[in-house]
Design a protein around this ligand. Structure first.
Ligand SMILES: Cc1cc2nc3c(=O)[nH]c(=O)nc-3n(C[C@H](O)[C@H](O)[C@H](O)COP(=O)(O)OP(=O)(O)OC[C@H]3O[C@@H](n4cnc5c(N)ncnc54)[C@H](O)[C@@H]3O)c2cc1C
Length: 426
């Protein structure tokens, strides 16, 4: 099974990302496993949209989820409903310096532990005490009340069946080749300067490129490095990009037997998390996700070969996009994810395996790989100043770290890329 640098989750509200994947020729249900909003733990407690409310208009589906949250008493439910109504009345806006912990200060412990903390760290990759309340509210607004990319609702969780490298970049490379683009892959930009006649000159170890318009679609620290010696680059832009702090995400990929049946109808489950002793917040069944329908496998083969992804009749077989859950108590391939991870690899792995043994009855395990992405995302703190897309005449940046309403996500990156391309072409 191919491994990613970490398990990714998309949601139906990622309209630009999903639209882009579709324009690249992918039949999305083949590549993404859709499930309703479900943040329940192994003991069944927590928030999930009940089956009977899944087609209710937003926000009634969320109200139903809150009203039926398992393990919550009426005070927990009433407090969250009141807070949500208040946030909505205020237009999902708050002072820029407020933290998620400050925003949710009056909420009961149960709501905090079961919902706010895991949701905040999953969406912003920043602990609630340090996370921006405004960005959190924006994510809540768009996920719970916004428009989803058809056929999905904004709040639906979409889990990739393949690793992301196979999904977006390969499809993009194929599409660009079809449009006649000249691609020079696998080359690191080492320097950037102005040529004598005013064009931008970019060089790698083996080549030089000149262009009137350039988009730097690399991480913030790399863009800052490329610009630091350039007299035309605004010092403030470079300073903001270089000053961004980052938070890590750790993922333990492990296979093993489960002593008890998988306690969810979906391949994703919340884990009770607590500092470095229990750092993982979510578990994913990769064997379930990757038990792919024929159409999806055909799509991947087509991607690799450069042929159009969906030629066969199986591509429209909606039953094929929902493989049945694996046998209970079976051998499982898991991805255990620790967002805002602050430990080293060995400590993380030991603690996460312990969590999985206790919560899921994992035994006889074989660790496939443990990955810690140290600069997974920027720390999404209150009032953070992020660099703008425009750097200098004819020079733009694209990436998830630029000014925008969202935390560092695929959607933020895609929106930024589209904006930079539009400005560059305009
Ligand atoms: C473990 C993990 C889990 C995540 N989970 C989620 C999730 O569940 N949902 C979600 O929405 N987001 C998630 N994210 C965040 C998401 O992956 C990022 O927001 C997104 O990939 C950022 O895209 P980008 O284009 O801005 O940057 P990148 O994807 O980092 O792309 C930058 C590219 O620039 C290249 N590059 C760097 N330096 C140079 C150079 N000098 N010359 C040329 N090229 C260069 C790099 O090789 C890279 O390909 C996760 C991230 C990680 C690490």
């Amino acid at each position: 099974m191919p491994l990613d640098n970490g398990q990714h989750i998309l949601i139906g509200a990622y309209t630009q990302t999903l639209g882009l994947l579709q324009r690249l020729g992918l039949h999305l249900p083949d590549h993404l496993h859709a499930m309703p909003l479900d943040l329940r733990f192994a003991d069944g407690s927590g928030l999930a949209t009940p089956d009977w409310a899944q087609r209710w208009p937003a926000p009634l589906d969320t109200v139903a989820a809150i009203a039926c949250a398992r393990g919550w008493n009426w005070r927990d439910r009433a407090a969250l409903l009141a807070a949500a109504a208040r946030w909505r009345r205020l237009g999902f806006a708050c002072p820029p310096g407020e933290s998620v912990a400050g925003l949710c200060a009056g909420l009961p412990q149960r709501v905090w532990q079961d919902l706010i903390e895991p949701l905040c760290v999953a969406a912003l990759n920043t602990p609630a005490q340090q996370a921006s309340a405004q960005v959190f509210l924006t994510v809540l607004r768009d996920a719970l009340l916004g428009a989803g990319h058809p056929p999905w609702r904004a709040s639906q969780l979409l889990l990739p069946r393949t690793c992301l490298g196979d999904l977006l970049p390969l499809a993009a490379v194929r599409w660009l080749s079809q449009q006649g683009a000249e691609l020079h892959l696998g080359q690191r930009a080492l320097g950037l300067e102005r040529s004598a006649h005013g064009a931008w000159r970019l060089h790698s170890a083996s080549a030089q490129y000149e262009a009137d318009r350039v988009i730097l679609a690399c991480p913030a620290h790399e863009a800052a490095r490329l610009l630091r010696t350039l007299p035309e680059a605004p010092a403030q832009w470079v300073a903001q990009a270089a000053a961004l702090q980052h938070t890590a995400i750790g993922t333990v990929y492990v296979a093993g037997w489960l002593r008890q049946p998988w306690p969810s109808a979906h391949p994703m489950l919340a884990l009770r998390s607590s500092g470095s002793a229990a750092p993982a917040q979510f578990a994913f069944r990769r064997d379930w996700l990757q038990a792919q329908p024929t159409a999806a496998l055909a799509g991947r083969a087509d991607l690799a070969s450069g042929h159009p992804a969906h030629s066969g009749p199986a591509a429209n077989n909606s039953a094929a996009s929902a493989p049945p859950p694996p046998e209970p108590g079976a051998w499982a391939e898991l991805a255990l994810v620790a967002s805002a991870c602050s430990t080293d690899k060995a400590t993380l792995q030991a603690a996460v395996l312990d969590q999985a043994r206790q919560a899921l009855g994992l035994h006889g395990e074989q660790v496939r790989q443990t990955v810690i992405e140290k600069r997974a995302t920027f720390a999404c703190t209150p009032g953070l100043q992020r660099p703008s897309a425009a750097i200098a005449p004819g020079l733009w940046a694209a990436g998830d770290y630029l000014q925008g309403p969202y935390p560092a996500t695929l959607e933020a990156a895609v929106r930024s890329g589209l904006e930079a391309a539009e400005r560059c072409a305009g």
